[in-house]
Design a protein around this ligand. Structure first.
Ligand SMILES: NC(=O)c1ccc[n+]([C@@H]2O[C@H](COP(=O)([O-])OP(=O)(O)OC[C@H]3O[C@@H](n4cnc5c(N)ncnc54)[C@H](OP(=O)(O)O)[C@@H]3O)[C@@H](O)[C@H]2O)c1
Length: 314
């Protein structure tokens, strides 16, 4: 099969497409024929070696941990899925990923993809969708009537978080460049702030939750906009304890975990028309390096996806 792997950490040039053996599956695993694999910031962070302390990978390593495809083979212990099922998944990040024609995944991490969208759009959902879900509901405990500020509202995690929060009945404020404001209004956002021209802490007060997908100074400044007892949840870095204490707010770093129940619920919401996914750019597998560099610029609207199999179904 074709696979895009790295043999060392480095710049985009270390991504190499080569023929590789099809992955072997264990008894509780399925072999998925990859139709599409989404790009996430973690892909280029791994490639650059930024995460080598927490994610001890070995080389060669196939990157890409967001996939939609078709079950091509099942292990003898697999009971829920069968060959031919159309599925999506966020596979284990410690193993080879989905920048390839096939990927081996534990059955527990794979669910049926939403029927109403193609593989390209389905592939864009698992990692960002599960992150948004877990940050909002498992960590922040967001409930109807609360107010939330979402930084990076137009990004992969952000644009899904906006919709999940609105569905939950929260009032949603977001930060984004002006070019993304109409996009976010169509997703139902209540208020959007152009972070280039307005300091969000000058116009936002007393929110219950901040979802921080940016980190650094944005995270630090966000402490001021929370009401006492409110919570800042970051996808990027653990907030400083001192600053949170000073503002009498809570804080947490979310580390997304694969979750088949939540992913099934995400698929159900997509099929019910309650959750949409935006794919800004579609590129071929052979342009994985270009796709990563595009995402690395930090202004992706929604998601960038590698299309591995041409779609003829829709
Ligand atoms: N902990 C976890 O489990 C986990 C899971 C998923 C992601 N993450 C991390 O979370 C971060 C976000 O991931 P993602 O996939 O959403 O990234 P992404 O899609 O690449 O985010 C791009 C978005 O960031 C926005 N942005 C850039 N600078 C901004 C600023 N100063 N203020 C507000 N928005 C800004 C851009 O908005 P404009 O184009 O409108 O300027 C763009 O829409 C990454 O660092 C990623 O590694 C962590």
């Amino acid at each position: 099969m074709k696979a895009v792997s790295i043999y060392s950490y480095g710049g985009p040039e270390v991504l190499v497409q080569k023929d590789a053996p099809r992955p072997h599956i264990d008894v509780n695993e399925v072999l998925v024929q990859v139709h599409a694999a989404a790009i996430n910031p973690v892909d280029w962070k791994v490639r650059e070696g930024q995460l080598k302390a927490s994610l001890p990978h070995t080389f060669p390593l196939v990157l890409g941990w967001d996939v939609s495809g078709v079950v091509a083979q099942i292990g003898s212990g697999v009971g829920r899925l069968k060959v031919g099922d159309e599925v999506f998944s966020r596979p284990d990040i410690l193993r080879d990923g989905a920048y390839a024609e096939f990927v081996a995944i534990r059955e527990s991490e794979v669910v049926l993809k939403p029927r109403s969208v193609d593989h390209v759009h389905a592939a864009a959902l698992p990692l960002a969708g599960l992150t948004a879900w877990q940050a909002l509901f498992d960590v922040a405990g967001l409930v109807s009537g609360q107010r939330i500020l979402i930084h990076g509202a137009a990004g992969g995690v952000g644009h899904l978080a906006v919709q999940l929060a609105r569905n939950r009945g929260a009032q949603v404020i977001g930060t984004a460049s002006a070019t993304n404001h109409d996009f976010l209004r169509k997703l139902g956002i209540d208020e959007v702030i152009d972070y280039w021209t307005v300091r969000f802490e000058d116009v936002v007060r007393d929110v219950d939750v901040v979802l921080d997908t940016i980190g650094g100074a944005v995270q630090e400044r966000s402490m001021k906009v929370l009401k006492p007892g409110g919570i800042l949840v970051s996808t990027v870095s653990a907030p400083s304890v001192g600053s949170a204490d000073e503002h009498r707010v809570r804080h947490a770093l979310v580390v997304m975990q694969p979750n088949a129940i939540q992913l099934t619920e995400i698929a159900r919401m997509v099929d019910a028309g309650k959750l949409g996914v935006c794919v800004e750019t579609i590129l071929p597998l052979s342009d994985a390096a270009g796709a990563q560099e595009l995402n690395r610029r930090g202004h992706t609207r929604g998601k960038i996806v590698l299309q591995v199999v041409e779609q003829s179904d829709r």
